[in-house]
Design a protein around this ligand. Structure first.
Ligand code: PLP
Length: 347
């Protein structure tokens, strides 16, 4: 009774969410600090009245505030350049369903976010993983023409490497590709540059963002994408009518309104990130320069699976990640200074 594509695919496995409470969780790139206090207040107010009614289907309050904030990078942006979703994973699903049909091809780099392959497989499309170059740039192979190539995803900064494709290179890639390019900026707020301006220059560039990481709201589920209005109009046909609930819209609006909180939090994460990178290099790991809120560590002389197990036994969760054709590594989320000190001491 199942579609063949579903029966054949292997399920996406999200990062471990341990039930024990006294653990140090550095495995799924959550923010270690609580969100802006204004977020909790907004949820309290929204919960106090109106839950019997459906939410605003297009989350206008959020889109208006977000357009103001994002205009620093994309001056022409207005609310109709933004589509909101139940986490940015929801937007990635909407984008895939909009552009990719059965037998089509969906391209993404390797190693990167594993969900891209899952989204292709659900559609019965062909996952087209193209290896990063050794220096974590995307060579001309990524832009090469291919039969039925309909969509490309690039996480930027990338996970697990934390590396960044500079906006100029991304613009060239978008121009060379024969299909739309989604720049997944889940970690964009932790980097010094982003690709929002590319959206203004090219209708085939779409940027996705999430409030899960930089706004410390992974438990809330809110993300959005930015594209030219005629693209948003088509994407909106594919989304669930009420894909964001009233509480998350209120909370996300309060969160993006508090840019002072964002900048303070970012400064803390970036400082701890530098310390973590330096300490891991001091222990002999090869560490790529991170532009995100995690650090990718490789060491051919260590059994990293064992390291992951040993840390877990002590209540410290990191992510052990083997990728086909690449050296295995551990990805460590930037926690609080105390959490990182505890992790480093165990290593
Ligand atoms: C965390 C993450 C997402 C998903 O974020 P949600 O908004 O929580 O769904 C998307 N892309 C990448 C690369 C991520 O790491």
């Amino acid at each position: 009774m199942f579609r063949e594509a579903i029966q054949q695919m292997t399920a996406y496995v999200p990062g471990e969410q341990p039930r024990r409470t006294k653990v140090i969780k550095l495995n799924t790139n959550e923010n270690p600090y609580p969100p802006s206090p204004r977020v909790v207040e907004a949820i309290r107010q929204a919960a106090g009245g109106g839950l019997q009614k459906y939410p605003d289907a297009t989350a206008n309050a959020f889109r208006e505030r977000a357009a103001e904030v994002l205009s620093a990078d994309l001056p022409q942006i207005t609310p109709d350049w933004i589509l909101c979703g139940n986490g940015s994973d929801d937007l990635l699903t909407i984008l895939t369903r909009t552009f990719v049909g059965e037998g089509d091809r969906l391209r993404y780099p390797n190693p990167s976010y594993v969900l891209y392959k899952t989204l292709a497989e659900i559609q019965g499309a062909e996952p087209d993983a193209v290896d990063f170059d050794e220096d974590w740039s995307l060579g001309s192979r990524f832009a090469a023409a291919a039969d039925r190539l309909r969509l490309a995803f690039v996480a930027n900064p990338n996970s697990p490497s934390g590396t960044l494709v500079p906006p100029n290179d991304m613009a060239q890639l978008a121009d060379a590709l024969s299909c739309p390019l989604v720049v997944d900026e889940a970690y964009g707020d932790f980097a010094d540059t982003n690709c929002l301006a590319l959206v203004g220059a090219n209708e085939r560039v779409i940027v996705t963002r999430t409030l899960s990481k930089s706004y410390a709201l992974a438990g809330l589920r809110f993300g959005f994408c930015v594209a030219q209005p005629q693209v948003i109009e088509q994407l909106a046909k594919v989304k669930d009518s009420y894909n964001c609930d009233a509480l998350s819209i209120a909370a996300a609006t309060a969160a993006i309104d508090d840019q002072v909180w964002l900048h303070d939090n970012r400064a803390k994460i970036v400082a701890t990130r530098a310390r973590l990178m330096q300490a891991m290099r001091g222990k002999g790991f090869a560490v790529t320069q991170s532009h995100a809120n995690f650090v990718w560590c490789i060491d051919a002389n260590r059994d990293l699976k064992q390291l992951y197990e040993d840390l877990k036994a002590e209540g410290v969760f990191v992510r052990y990640m083997p990728y086909h054709g690449w050296p295995e590594g551990v990805r460590i989320t930037v926690g609080t200074d105390n959490q990182i000190d505890a992790c480093l001491a165990l290593i």
